[in-house]
Ligand binder design. Structure first.
Ligand SMILES: NC(=O)c1ccc[n+]([C@@H]2O[C@H](COP(=O)([O-])OP(=O)(O)OC[C@H]3O[C@@H](n4cnc5c(N)ncnc54)[C@H](O)[C@@H]3O)[C@@H](O)[C@H]2O)c1
Ligand SMILES: [Zn+2]
Length: 399
């Protein structure tokens, strides 16, 4: 089921597997390697916030901490997190910015940076990024650049941030030419995902995050894929046990991939399954189609593309379609989405990448197709005519 050195397998005695956190039932720790040879711990589970002062002392000791979060997350959780830190006699300043992707900008980066300077945060300071992926990326980029780089600790609060964006070290902002085009690799010192904090997360946001978890199953672990589908109703309700289970497994899988290829030279590309078509559909919708929904459709269509190419086992697309629907996200593009624009965007993408549109394809659920050795082993070209056919047929059968 798992290819040699593929995303599903650990290396050298599985150092990246989750271990229980003593004294915290249901909580686990995963170590994630960085390209510098260092590693950082990711702790996942209910109630872990209480451990934050001790963990900071061990992994990110600082003279002062800047707790950065968007207004919505700070309203729900800012006081509690600040309180835990102050009770432990840590010096912390809370800094807010307005919520939403539209604020993941250079303007907000500049404002936050100026605020930290005004507060007098020094080189011995540390940023705590409390929130979803927008906060993790933006506050992470602030930390990456502030005084040429100070440590960041990721405190993810959304499922997207827990299963995906808080792990892997990518930080950055959006610019008028596109999303995430200006940024830096800045791995965190520590990631602490207290799954209790997701209780306030709206159901639709849970769906979006769970799509990336499903992707982890699709590329690395077929049992995990079916497990998410089975657990979907409880996951969407925000049930504690299943939530912690899924975040833990996803961090293990993503952690293994980025631990071997932090800077996307090769293996990390497997995390782009569903994303080549997903990004094109997302952009063609004028970003009205949320990222998770676009990737859900993208996974189903890329599986169908793989089936038509004779690479992916027949029935894989159907299986993904059922799993995606269980998460209450679409499995086909919304009617009215301009197909030609999506194809144009793929063409433009192609010009940017050596003249080929490349896809991560599956052999079967849980197994990524591996081509010839080298950096291109994990993605494969497909003829433009076939891509069009797959997209067109999905519109015809669309809901
Ligand atoms: N760096 C990476 O590797 C990586 C990977 C995936 C996604 N991302 C980025 O992540 C972003 C998307 O992340 P997101 O979906 O978390 O967006 P987000 O940070 O905007 O959060 C979504 C919404 O949920 C709210 N929210 C977050 N946690 C909450 C909680 N516990 N309770 C109530 N409300 C809560 C936020 O205030 C926001 O309104 C994108 O900018 C994307 O580019 C980065
Ligand atoms: Zn994604």
């Amino acid at each position: 089921m798992l290819s040699e050195d593929g995303p599903g397998e650990g290396r050298g005695g599985e150092p990246e597997s989750a271990r229980p956190v003593p004294g915290f039932p249901g909580a686990h720790r995963i170590r994630v390697a960085t390209s510098s040879g260092a590693a950082y711990p990711v702790e996942v589970g209910p109630g872990l916030l209480r451990r934050l002062p001790d963990l900071l002392d061990e992994y990110a000791p600082a003279h002062r901490y800047a707790l950065i979060g968007d207004k919505q997350v700070m309203r729900f959780h800012g006081e509690r997190v600040g309180g835990v830190l102050r009770e432990a006699d840590l010096q912390v300043d809370a800094v807010e910015f307005p919520e939403g992707e539209e604020h993941k900008t250079r303007t907000e980066w500049a404002r936050l940076t100026d605020t930290l300077l005004r507060l007098g945060l020094g080189r011995d300071g540390c940023v705590l990024a409390l929130g979803g992926g927008v906060t993790g990326d933006l506050a992470g980029f602030v930390a990456a650049t502030y005084m040429r780089g100070i440590p960041v600790v990721q405190l993810p609060t959304s499922l997207v941030a827990m299963v995906d964006s808080s792990v892997g070290g990518k930080t950055g902002v959006d610019v008028p030419s596109g999303k995430n085009l200006v940024g830096a690799f800045h791995p965190p010192r520590l990631v602490l995902a207290d799954t209790d904090l997701t209780r306030t997360l709206p159901r639709a946001e849970r769906s979006q995050g769970l799509v990336e978890a499903l992707k982890h199953g699709a590329i690395a672990d077929p049992t995990y894929l079916t497990r998410i589908q089975e657990l979907a109703p409880r996951l969407l309700e925000g049930d504690d046990g299943p939530t912690a289970e899924v975040v833990t497994r996803s961090v293990e899988i993503k952690g293994r991939v980025v631990g071997r290829d932090e800077k996307e030279g090769g293996l990390r590309q497997v995390l782009n399954f569903g994303h080549t078509l997903g990004h094109a559909l997302e952009a063609a919708s004028g970003y009205r189609l949320p990222h998770g929904s676009a990737v859900a459709v993208g996974m189903v269509l890329e599986a169908r593309l793989g089936e038509r190419l004779g690479i992916t086992r027949t029935g894989t697309a159907r299986q993904l379609e059922a799993a995606v629907r269980a998460l209450e996200v679409p499995a086909s593009p919304p009617s009215g989405l301009p197909l030609d624009q999506a194809l144009d965007l793929l063409e433009r993408d192609k010009k940017a990448r050596k003249g080929e549109v490349r896809f991560v394809l599956l052999d079967e659920p849980g197994q990524v197709h591996r081509g010839k050795a080298g950096s291109e082993a994990w993605s494969h070209p497909a003829p433009a005519g076939l891509i069009r056919q797959v997209l067109e047929s999905s519109f015809a059968s669309g809901d």
